[in-house]
Design a protein around this ligand. Sequence first.
Ligand code: PDD
Length: 287
Amino acid sequence: MATDIIYLNGEFMPLEEARIPVLDRGFIFGDGVYEVVPVYSRHPFRLPEHLRRLQHSLDGIRLAKPLTDAEWTVLTHDIVARNPGDDQSIYFQVTRGVARRAHEFPQGAKPTVFMMSSPLVTPAREQVENGVACITATDFRWLKCDLKSVSLLGNCLLKQTAVDAGAAEVVMFRDGYLTEASASNVFAVRNGILLAPPKNHLILPGITYDVVLELAGANKLPLEVREISEHEVRTAHEIWITSSTKEVLAVTTLDGRAVGDGKPGAVFRRIHALYQDFKQTVMRRAA
Ligand code: PDD
């Protein structure tokens, strides 16, 4: 296997050589934020949008931006060039740096900046054609889910309940309304209308979510962005999950019950095809 080359605090090095002090606040408190950027044919997809969301997360935890967007962009292309594989997933992480353990923010600590590449594994054809199983759970996470924080214990606990049940994801409800899944956004289709929960503090503002809404708008698919009740989700004709790595996937069973007729629906097939076309067009333009 080729050695992964990572970026850590100004230097590129093999992954095995990268070291973080144990007092890094990312390790001690989960005090940091991250991004995951998909790369197709060596072209980062929607990088400016990911950088904008990174800025929102940094602002949300009151951490000064350690690099300019131009610097992040150069580093992203550099990491992509140094790693094998045309399709990669680039992970960015910024923590509040190294300091003696105390909850309040340290004075003068330097943020830790880390980037790595992994192979981008998009869903297998079988998953696209047959859809995936999901279970449901109460969303017990905090009230700043719009920040892409590395404090992901809630998400990890929730995701594991899905894995334990042989499901791909866990669709969550808070106070009777749909929020999102442990590592994806969730859409529903009822009577031909695409329903999306609003972007607020209860969900991550997904980059893929935005692409789906843009494609729906541009192709005149009936669309409503509003709170979606648990009942509406449980009786939806289609349910989808979206993320940078899953793209758009149909959920064909929810808690063991078929969604619609138990197959990916017509609206899903349309948006999936539009998404693939859009990706190709963007990548061709970038080439
Ligand atoms: N997760 N909601 C949550 C909680 C997520 O963790 C993610 C993505 C999304 C979808 O966002 P986007 O479309 O920008 O990928 C929604 C990434 C992939 C991860 O943590 O690995």
